[in-house]
Write a protein that binds this ligand. Structure first.
Ligand SMILES: NC(=O)c1ccc[n+]([C@@H]2O[C@H](COP(=O)([O-])OP(=O)(O)OC[C@H]3O[C@@H](n4cnc5c(N)ncnc54)[C@H](OP(=O)(O)O)[C@@H]3O)[C@@H](O)[C@H]2O)c1
Length: 332
């Protein structure tokens, strides 16, 4: 029998955590034992894995005895505090938060792009920002062909990207408004139902948000392109699940749409959906729940030389989080 692993999920009850359980099961990851960890609020709950009820335990310093692979998805603060403890207990940590993504000694990995970086880990491997990961699934095959120089992008980010409570907030606001009541605003800075909010994460000194600067910072690390420049506007939209990004990218080499399309089609984990005459293009409703990202609206960018414009959609709970984390675990 092949080797089986004791796997822990920290943040198992969250929007990403429950997807991790599903992806582990769906991809038949060799799990010998599954430890589910969350806040004390969830202790005693159970979650289904391979048809069995697995109890959720409150996370504590002693939670990692015997754990070999720990998937962290409970926010940066929890990762900073507990990931080193998990490593000390002998686990390899795959972290979904932004806590370690820019650390030189922590590989930041999208398996299809820089899977080989996994071998440089010293106990922790970081999973990229969801908008960055989905954008790169469209951009990287084009970069390999034409060498990308800079990127302009706008994101249309689903509420579930901000967690289970944010998902609930959109549902509750839609119901309240339909019932003629005042919608309650808790998670987002403004009402998200029937609105778009041009702010994801906090603002930094240059006027961008942290989320927007991740595309450049993380893109540089993942694609090994220290000179990449990216100007991004991240927008929260009232979509439950799956992010979309409109991208204009400038390349060193002359570009053409036919070769661009071939490059994307030949790349694993991404599909071309691009028949404008039949109104076929990627949409969040269509990629929600799917492993592959989709690229469409591929065209020569009319505002720059050697530029391509495209639209990419991906399920941020999967390729932007749970799926990518489990793919990293498979590499480990
Ligand atoms: N959502 C996405 O699309 C996405 C994509 C990429 C990365 N991420 C990152 O993944 C992480 C989780 O995101 P999420 O969207 O799944 O959030 P979420 O739905 O709010 O879930 C948070 C999880 O963390 C647990 N938790 C909170 N406080 C805790 C504590 N003190 N001790 C132990 N566990 C605690 C929660 O447990 P309880 O249920 O008990 O409160 C829950 O399981 C974040 O770092 C986020 O930035 C999210």
């Amino acid at each position: 029998m092949s080797r089986q692993y004791h796997v822990a999920i920290v943040g198992a009850t969250g929007a990403v955590g429950v997807e991790m359980l599903d992806v582990l099961e769906r991809r038949k990851f060799p799990v010998s034992k599954l430890t589910l960890l969350a806040s004390p609020r969830s202790a005693g709950r159970t979650l289904k894995f391979r048809g069995e009820d697995v109890p959720v335990q409150a996370l504590g310093p002693d939670s990692f005895a015997g754990v070999e692979i720990a998937l962290f998805s409970a926010g940066g603060g929890i990762s900073k505090e507990y990931a080193p403890l998990a490593v000390k207990a002998g686990a390899v940590v795959i972290d979904n938060s932004s806590a370690f993504r820019m650390d030189d000694d922590v590989p930041l990995v999208v398996p299809e792009i820089n899977g080989a970086d996994v071998k440089n880990h010293g106990g922790i491997i970081a999973n990229p920002n969801c908008t960055t990961a989905i954008t790169l699934m469209g951009l990287y095959p084009l970069h390999k062909k034409f060498r990308v120089k800079r990127v302009f992008a706008t994101s249309y980010q689903a509420v579930s990207g901000a967690g289970a409570q944010a998902l609930e907030e959109l549902r509750a606001q839609v119901s309240a408004i339909e019932a003629g009541a005042k919608p309650e605003v808790k998670v987002f800075a403004h009402q998200i139902a029937f609105n778009v909010i041009p702010q994801v994460d906090v603002f930094v000194d240059n006027g961008y948000t942290k989320e927007e600067m991740k595309m450049q910072g993380e893109g540089r690390r993942i694609m090994h392109l220290p000179m990449l420049r990216a100007s991004v506007t991240c927008v929260r939209v009232p979509v439950y699940r799956a992010h979309s990004i409109a991208v204009s990218a400038e390349f060193e080499r002359p570009v053409n749409v036919a070769e661009a399309r071939q490059a994307i089609e030949a790349f694993p984990g991404v599909r071309v959906v691009d028949v404008p005459a039949e109104k076929k293009y990627p949409m969040p409703l269509h990629v929600a729940g799917k492993d592959d990202c989709e690229v469409g609206r591929l065209r020569l960018d009319c505002a720059m030389d050697n530029g391509l414009a495209f639209w990419v959609c991906g399920d941020q709970l999967l390729k932007g989080a749970a799926l990518n984390a489990v793919q990293i675990a498979e590499l480990v």
